[in-house]
Design a binder for this molecule. Structure first.
Ligand code: PMP
Length: 392
């Protein structure tokens, strides 16, 4: 048997051991954890909708109608009309022909990628893609070629060298860096090379684009440019689950082939009802997005003035680059002692030597919250390996 204890000890020695923090109460910026009040900058509830009264009401009102559990998989007898309504709503929201409701974003990526590519095909995957995309690629048994992050010249060379069926997959907004993929260039390359483009917009949906339709819509790209659009519902949408949206024929194909859609219990239908309510709010609420943008700019200005190294990101994901694991942990701990929760992100989630604090901002934060974070960062400046001394 493998020496699991030794492997765990080794993780501890190299600053890579992960810890599950216990949270009580609702997910909101002010959290209680182990009896301590903390102001959190770690959640992906970018619009502050996870506790919106209209969404909670939609969930509670649906329960007597739908019951609690999903009871069976979609293809057995679990496909409830609440799921179907949500799929139609998601198709309208994303301006796609059709959409499928998956139980998580992880499963949507695994299921869609492994169904749409197979043995003998080639998948081209950005080096910084999310773990669920990587796992989808592995499950597909296709040949996988990873291209350097957002490097379109490298991708073009690889596409030129490859024959057979091709699929290109990318995050829309990169989950640990916050930057946006070069989607226009990707769409153009995929057209000229007859490759199927799959975009996982887990962190763009709700936040970017007109009416929150995501990074793909922000660039004015349609179903013709990005045939397979994936999004999660547990982040800005504030509920749970995920979707794959695109041409009807591909959705029909996924119903037959996506193992993570077929072989799992359908989500509680009441979650689907709450999600429909949340999408209504997202479409209407430009003010939330404007407030969020204001907070992002305020944070970036403040943190850069303090000398912290940020990434070129205009999204709510604002990593503070630190470098080594122990420095990232020390900075996170020092902030926590000031009542600020910002988790340290270390390998293998990010590349070796690129440990960071992943600050995420939400429309549920106030300007005063951001100022409190900046004050904490100011007090902890000496702890960050990334701090560059300000020239006079
Ligand atoms: N894709 C990306 C880019 C993500 O960041 C995540 C979650 N962190 C997922 C997919 C998985 O989504 P879910 O949490 O709904 O499983």
């Amino acid at each position: 048997m493998r020496d699991f204890a030794a492997e765990l000890e080794q993780r501890k020695q190299s600053g890579l051991h992960r810890h599950r923090r216990l949270i009580s109460g609702p997910q909101q910026p002010s959290l209680t954890s182990d009896g301590q009040s903390l102001l959190s900058f770690c959640s992906n509830d970018y619009l502050g909708l996870a506790n919106h009264p209209a969404n909670i009401e939609a969930f509670v009102n649906a329960l007597p109608e739908t019951g609690l559990g999903g009871a069976a998989s979609h293809l057995i007898c679990g496909h409830h009309d609440a799921h179907h309504r949500l799929e139609e709503r998601l198709a309208a929201f994303t301006q796609r022909s059709a959409a499928l409701f998956f139980s998580t974003g992880y499963m949507a990526n695994m299921g869609a990628i492994s169904a749409l590519a197979g043995r003998g095909d080639t998948i081209f995957s950005d080096r910084l893609n999310h773990a669920s995309i990587i796992d989808g690629c592995i499950l597909s048994r296709a040949k996988v070629r990873r291209y350097p992050h957002s490097d379109m010249a490298a991708l073009e060379r690889m596409l030129d060298e490859t024959s057979g069926h091709k699929l290109v997959v990318t995050d829309g907004v990169f989950s640990m860096d916050g930057d946006i993929a070069p989607l226009r260039e990707l769409a153009a390359l995929c057209k000229t090379h007859d490759a199927l483009l799959v975009v996982d917009d887990a962190h763009g949906v709700g936040v970017l684009g007109p009416q929150g339709r995501g990074s793909v819509a922000e660039l004015g790209l349609s179903e013709d440019d990005v045939p397979v659009l994936i999004g999660t519902l547990g982040k800005a949408v504030g509920t749970s689950g995920a979707f794959v949206a695109g041409p009807q024929i591909l959705m029909d194909y996924l119903v037959q082939k996506a193992r993570t859609y077929i072989y799992t219990t359908a989500m509680p239908p009441a979650i689907a009802e709450a999600t429909v309510a949340s999408l209504d709010l997202i479409e209407r609420d430009d003010e939330r997005r404007a407030h969020l943008r204001d907070l992002i700019e305020r944070f970036r200005r403040g943190a850069a003035n303090l000398g912290y190294q940020l990434m070129p990101s205009d999204t709510p994901i604002q990593p503070i680059m630190v470098g080594d694991n122990w420095s990232a942990l020390a900075l996170s701990k020092a902030l926590e002692q000031k009542g600020l929760l910002v988790t340290a992100i270390r390998p293998p989630t990010v590349p070796e030597g690129e440990a960071r604090l992943r600050v995420t901002l939400s429309a549920a934060h106030t300007r005063a919250d951001v100022d409190r974070l900046l004050a904490g960062l100011s007090a902890c400046r000496a702890l960050s390996g990334s701090v560059v001394e300000q020239s006079a």
